[in-house]
Design a protein around this ligand. Structure first.
Ligand SMILES: Nc1nc2c(ncn2[C@@H]2O[C@H](COP(=O)(O)OP(=O)(O)OP(=O)(O)O)[C@@H](O)[C@H]2O)c(=O)[nH]1
Ligand SMILES: [Mg+2]
Length: 183
């Protein structure tokens, strides 16, 4: 374990890419609890997370991040709270190609305290695709609610994109408590 060990939670709706993002950056083979998806109304993909995802990444010799992914399905909502306990920060992933992506953004941001309880960074996937909500729509949605949260267009399959989200969250944590990371 590193001198500074952070717990970060990846959350967001079904299919936004929480499991994919953790697998993209974890140093160790991630723990996954994916099962066959029977909820094809919500999302048409083969597997869905029923419990949690877990991985870990060493940022440098003093800093490690434990990565937890929540299930996206509403019926597993109780897991959001369990996994959010003692988290240093949250990454909310949304899929811009989903029609209800803006409503989903509100729901997940609110479930984790809208940035007032702990820092939140937003990763928006597929925002460049035809018919998808543009990245600006997410920023404006948050601003219309008085929220200024760092928001990035990402492809969660790309390690560098996921690392950008983590690095931004670590910066926010350092700003909030500079002694914590440089002690
Ligand atoms: N083509 C394309 N596929 C993407 C992109 N981003 C994510 N995906 C795919 O979308 C899927 C996301 O699935 P998961 O990682 O299981 O999503 P999840 O958020 O863990 O979903 P639940 O556990 O069901 O809540 C994966 O198959 C990714 O490869 C993208 O930008 N383009
Ligand atoms: Mg998953």
């Amino acid at each position: 374990m590193s001198e500074h060990e952070f717990k970060i939670v990846f959350t967001g709706p079904m299919g936004a890419g929480k499991t994919t993002a953790i697998a993209a950056i974890s140093d160790e083979a991630p723990v996954s609890t994916d099962v066959i998806n029977t909820d094809h109304d919500a999302h048409d993909k083969a597997l869905t997370t029923a419990g949690l995802d877990y991985g870990r990444i060493a940022i440098d010799e003093n800093t490690g991040v434990r990565l937890y992914g929540t299930p996206g399905q509403l019926r597993f909502r109780f897991m959001w709270e369990i996994l959010g306990t003692n988290a240093a920060g949250v990454i909310v992933l949304v899929d811009a190609a989903q029609a209800d992506a803006l409503v989903q953004l509100d729901a997940f941001v609110d479930a984790f305290g809208a940035g007032r309880r702990m820092p939140i960074v937003i990763g928006v996937g597929r925002s460049g695709e035809a018919g998808a909500h543009p990245l600006d729509a997410f920023v404006q949605r948050l601003e219309s609610r008085g929220l200024t949260l760092p928001t990035f267009g990402v492809d969660v399959r790309r390690r560098d994109d996921v690392l950008l989200l983590i690095d931004t969250l670590l910066c926010l944590l350092e700003m909030a408590d500079p002694t914590r990371m440089n002690a």
